[in-house]
Design a protein around this ligand. Sequence first.
Ligand code: ADP
Ligand code: MG
Length: 491
Amino acid sequence: MLIDIVNQYDSEKKQYLKELRTKVILQLSTQQDHKKIVTFLSKAWIINIEDVEKKIYVGFANDFMLSNAKKIFNKSLKESIQTVYNPQYTVEYIVYPPFSNGSDLLIDLWELLNIKQKKGKNNDQIPNSIKNELYDYFWILFDPSFRFDNFIAWSNNQFAYSAAKAVADNPWNAYNPFFIYWNVGLGKTHLMQAIWNEIIQNNPDKVIIYLPATKLVDEIVWALQHNKMSTLMRKFEDVDALLIDDIQFLAWKDKTQEIFHNIFNDFQSKKKQIIISSDRPPKELTQIEPRLKTRFAYGLVADIQAPDYETRIAILQSKLEIKQESIEPELLGIIAQNITSNVRELEWALNTLLTRKKLSWKDTLSEDDVYACLQTLWYSARHTTIWNPNDRNWKSKKNFDTIVEMVANYYSISVAELKSDSRKKEITTARQILMLIAKKYFRRTQQKIWMYFGWKEHATVIYAIRNIEKKLKSDEDIQHDYQIFTERVEQ
Ligand code: ADP
Ligand code: MG
């Protein structure tokens, strides 16, 4: 059981440690690049001072941060702490996971450097553009679990893996642009961030930006509305390598595409690296301008297929190893037989099973436990119907009520809430998704849908379906959930 000791300190002690940290950062900032400080120390804190042993403990959110801080700052961090506090004390670095979601620390450091900048004490300032990027995307950038060494390469993702590794090891000279694509849950984000991590570690002086395409759209829309387009473009000029995740979300966004086209051309002409991920190959990005699509395919395009059975078992086993847990091979087999096309869901199933094991204090799990977990994840493992997408009269043989239950389960809400007139966001979304499923897969008429949900007005069904169809085009989470649900309906 992990205890967040820092949280248990009284406010005076917390304040004291915080001030100490501030002093250390200011001390360090006289010798070290500010960009590096923001990047590598935002999730570090002084955790405790032991007067008997004469030790100062510094906690880092994870191993990745700790080893980077060691590498990048070398002795200067320890020396800054000793200078500020007491040279007779030794400094110890430890991993302190409660800081892993320490966004407060980030803001705190951010403000600190801002104040310093306002006071004009320092000539070696971080350009605003970089600060903004780091501030906005820091939490995305540092997911330490997305690395090459824990990405499992199987026969039909070997090519993508090797190409990604080549780009990461030798950016600007390997493949440019580099375009990877495959279905949801098969490791795009993992691989993109692994590339990012690798490049930044080998090139700490370069600006490497990872941006989900939705974030890029937001940036551009905001800049257009506030007349800040030239500032935004300047921001991109500082960037040496740009990784855009899920480019399919630029679909329908004509203005954004036009601007991205300019950014893209500029990067190409300056030989700056661009890496793009997508859920489909360039030519199938139907709502994206042809001139942009053809450019995506200029460099190297790498795709991947879902893992085969043996690989799925290997994935499950490697995830267990990371967690230092074990589960009987027969039971892993059931999971791997049922979840065939999505690594994220393999992980979910495994985690659900492990939680079940912990909560029930069982030493061994049974097949029934596995099926129960699969069912909460929507896999009706024991029976299947054949889905024939070409048959226009196909209708799911499942009972709509069971689908409703499963959706409710998935979002942790009750069926009664789903059928109520609650306007809470997660309930509305779940309800709208169900209406779309009722229409598409159960061929229910609007009237039947409206009666099922016990509504007085008929028009709301049309509105709800239209609304969810629109959201499906732009919201990655909804798209993901919808895909999971429909896969189950189709099974
Ligand atoms: P995508 O972005 O394609 O939807 P993610 O990169 O988010 O998928 O992957 C979903 C989950 O599955 C993540 O937790 C990721 O670590 C894991 N995962 C996917 N592919 C692999 C792989 N080849 N090896 C190890 N873990 C993987
Ligand atoms: Mg992703």
